[in-house]
Design a protein around this ligand. Structure first.
Ligand SMILES: C[S@@+](CC[C@H](N)C(=O)[O-])C[C@H]1O[C@@H](n2cnc3c(N)ncnc32)[C@H](O)[C@@H]1O
Length: 404
């Protein structure tokens, strides 16, 4: 019998002087997730931590200037209160919305969705006294992130928190019934979503693109991919560039040579330590490859390396699974940890597929069963999990049929 886990998947605390502003979190899918016990959202009124008759939370800025600044005392007491509610030393990651923070993106939403506990501090007026950030970091030991919704100024952090809790909450396992729908969305791999249609096929003289009615899944996937590229180029060319380059610098993919081996071994070690942590095992062959192993692999496989501005930032290996077989094995796909989530893995994957010789009908690869980001990327690229045991414990096998 499976015993249900009584803990919610994520706890969220929000401190604000307008707690009612957060009431939309009772509605729709986030409200349902709260009712189902997947999200434990608690909203706190900052004014409950004041001690004067007027429940004052702001004062004039030192050094002069317009506007008011939020006082440190109510904030420190509010944060102390939130942190004191954690069991056995657990602490939230503190998110302070602010136009001067790092941009909120789908990548950050995914990162935050992996946190068990988030606390949000909603500023108002000109913002919060800087010493509150120091208190949170140094006295409470919290990781503090200032996060901006975009390059514009709101009156307060509440709207930003509503947006962030919705974007993060829907990535928490179980919140969206059909997890596949999360894979198929804008920003998941650096491109925008393709145009979508529903019944009727003909409406007011406007027709659904015929390919969508063809039943030809390969043609539909190709059409959608092309639409995503065209739409991204038209509306967000900055994203298209990011999905093909790294920080604006073009990436060049070339066949690996023995001169690449030291950097390649280092990159692989960095990438597979990450996999070892995600999958809770050191029993991953890639993690144990010595310099000599990597050098020898250049003889037995075709290895490709990606370089950006001279730096080795990614790699992939390919080999025919059986000498005369029709399957192309794609392995050791890795991207430097600081550059992941920008489409480079997808580009290496497409390169590996494009180098398959005639006669290859399927592509096969393995990844850790718990490597969520890899699985998402492979599925988006058309790979499907198959019931074939992977040669590595705790790994799964994915296969894709070659088009055309
Ligand atoms: C009027 S703004 C303060 C702006 C601040 N004086 C500055 O120039 O950076 C008041 C509050 O609104 C929130 N806020 C404003 N713009 C935001 C944005 N783009 N993203 C997230 N929060 C924002 C923050 O909580 C901020 O403390």
């Amino acid at each position: 019998m499976t015993v249900p886990d009584p803990r919610p998947a994520m706890r969220v605390d929000v401190v604000s002087i307008f707690p009612d502003y957060l009431s939309p979190l009772d509605l729709s899918l986030i409200g349902k997730a709260r009712a189902d016990g997947l999200l434990d959202v608690r909203v706190h009124d900052l004014r409950d931590f004041t001690h004067d008759r007027h429940r004052t939370v702001d004062d004039t800025p030192y050094g002069g200037g317009a506007g008011m600044v939020m006082k440190p005392q109510p904030w420190s007491e509010a944060l102390d209160h939130v942190v004191a509610q954690g069991h056995s030393g657990a602490k939230p990651r503190l998110i302070v919305p602010g136009p001067g923070g790092q941009r909120f993106t789908q990548t950050l939403a995914r990162e935050l969705a992996r946190e068990p506990w988030l606390a949000f501090a909603c500023g108002r007026y000109e913002g919060i006294d800087e010493r509150v950030y120091d208190h949170a970091r140094e006295d409470l030991g919290l990781e503090v992130s200032v996060v901006s919704l975009g390059d514009y100024v709101l009156n307060g952090g509440e709207v930003a928190v509503l947006a962030m809790v919705e974007a993060v909450g829907r990535l928490v396992p179980g919140v969206i019934g059909n997890a596949e729908s999360l894979v198929e969305e804008s920003h998941e791999d650096g491109l925008l979503e393709y145009p979508i249609y529903t019944k009727p096929a003909s409406w007011n003289g406007r027709e659904v693109p015929p390919v969508l009615l063809s039943g030809n899944h390969g043609a539909i996937a190709a059409w959608r991919h092309e639409q995503r590229r065209a739409r991204t180029a038209a509306r967000r060319p900055d994203l298209l560039h990011a999905s093909h380059g790294v920080d604006g610098t073009d990436v060049e993919i070339t066949a690996a040579t023995p001169a690449d081996v030291p950097e390649l071994a280092l990159l692989m070690r960095a990438c597979w330590v990450q996999e070892a942590v995600a999958n809770d095992t050191l029993d991953i062959p890639a993690l144990h490859e010595s310099l000599d192993d990597v050098r020898e692999s250049l003889e037995t496989t075709q290895t490709w390396v990606a370089r950006s501005g001279g730096r080795l930032v990614g790699a992939v290996r390919t080999v025919r699974t059986e000498p005369d077989g029709d399957d192309w094995f794609i392995g050791r796909l890795c991207v430097a940890p600081d550059l992941q989530g920008r489409g480079l893995g997808r580009r290496l994957l497409e390169h590996a597929e494009s180098t398959a010789p005639d006669g290859i009908r399927t592509f096969t690869l393995n990844t850790g069963a718990r490597s969520a980001d890899n699985l998402r990327m492979y599925k988006k690229a058309g790979y499907r999990l198959v019931d074939v045991p992977a040669p590595i414990p705790g790994a799964v096998t994915l296969v894709k049929r070659r088009r055309g």
